[in-house]
Write a protein of this length. Structure first.
Length: 68
């Protein structure tokens, strides 16, 4: 379960960032109470995903191989 969460954190972060940018484009400005935490969570998720991918590539495994 932990491997699935780590592997999927980067795509979830990117999706969250896309939701933020699309909403900002079509809805307008978000209030600061929503904008800052949303951006921080999205960036942290992407950093966790990048670090996990680097760890897996260093071990010569696929980060998305959930069977092993």
């Amino acid at each position: 379960m932990k491997r699935k969460l780590l592997a999927l954190s980067s795509p979830v972060g990117i999706i969250l960032l896309l939701i933020y940018t699309i909403g900002k484009r079509f809805i307008g400005e978000y209030p600061d109470i929503v904008a800052y935490p949303m951006m921080v969570v999205s960036i942290v998720l992407m950093i966790i995903g990048i670090a996990y991918n680097g760890y897996c590539f260093g071990k010569k495994k696929s980060p998305y191989d959930f069977k092993s």
